[in-house]
Write a protein that binds this ligand. Structure first.
Ligand SMILES: [Zn+2]
Ligand SMILES: [Zn+2]
Length: 259
């Protein structure tokens, strides 16, 4: 059994709570510590209840809360192996473990997917507990067959749907930032996410959480409609064959349970 609660999702900070019968795990901790601990408290949890924090990559929207976190707690921190030294210095944690393959936290096995992103190293992860699987991939510039293969056997997935390409191109971001986001090492657009979802027809995926939306260059309705359209194009109906949620930056009520 796995319970997935996106707490914060977007360019200002990311954090997802993953719960199994034995452990509570945080995937990234990029939103300010105070709000993050308030969100955990609403779930009846304190930092001491977290068995591990697993980090996707070293960008601030994924690790921003950690320097304050490690003034209060001594949670084991798992980060991509190439980022161990940098993150250790940045967050002041004395128990940083480098990820170079599959690993376990309590009854949860965690596997990685290597993203295309302008970080030292960026991983997506798949969490498996018994027969339940949840995969999360954000901060990747393009989808490929390895990505759809990685997501295919999970009942629930969290997938980046960062921007609407037209909004981004017309918006007031600098040319260099636009180029970075649109590059094959930036972020997945709604259309790119839709293409990944289309490739997942016939897979185990029944629940999709769209994540890491840009506040300036996207909105929930555009991302949702794009994903609904992708599934419709392969004969799948939202609400019947597949359920789609959009995680947002500030407040997320949804918790997805996989038995
Ligand atoms: Zn990033
Ligand atoms: Zn990010």
């Amino acid at each position: 059994m796995l319970k997935i609660s996106p707490l914060f999702s977007g360019s200002k900070g990311n954090c997802t709570l993953i719960q199994s019968p034995q452990v509570n795990v945080l995937l990234d901790a990029g939103y300010p510590y105070r709000y993050l601990t308030e969100a955990l408290a609403r779930k009846g949890l304190t930092p001491d209840d977290i068995a591990a924090i697993v980090v996707t990559h070293e960008h601030n929207d994924h690790i921003g809360a950690l320097p304050v976190w490690y003034k209060h707690a001594s949670t084991p921190l798992y980060v991509p192996l190439p980022s161990v030294d940098w993150i250790t210095r940045r967050v002041g944690c004395s128990d940083v473990r480098g990820i170079s393959g599959a690993f376990e936290v309590g009854d949860v096995e965690i596997q990685r997917y290597e993203c295309f992103h302008d970080a030292a190293c960026c991983y997506g992860y798949k969490f498996t507990c018994g027969g339940s699987r949840f995969a999360c991939v954000t901060d990747t510039g393009h989808g490929d067959a390895a990505l759809t293969d990685f997501l295919r056997d999970s009942e629930a997935i969290m997938l980046e749907s960062n921007h609407d390409e037209d909004m981004l191109k017309r918006g007031d971001y600098s040319y260099s930032l636009k180029r970075r986001i649109l590059s094959p090492y930036g972020h997945l657009s709604n259309a790119q996410a839709a293409e990944v979802l289309r490739q997942l027809s016939g897979s185990a995926v029944k629940t999709v959480i769209l994540a890491h939306l840009s506040e300036q260059n996207n909105n929930s309705e555009l991302a949702f409609n794009s994903a609904v359209g992708a599934f419709a194009s392969v004969g799948l109906t939202e609400g019947k064959d597949v359920r789609i949620y959009v995680a947002n930056q500030y407040e997320n009520e949804v918790t997805v349970c996989i038995d």
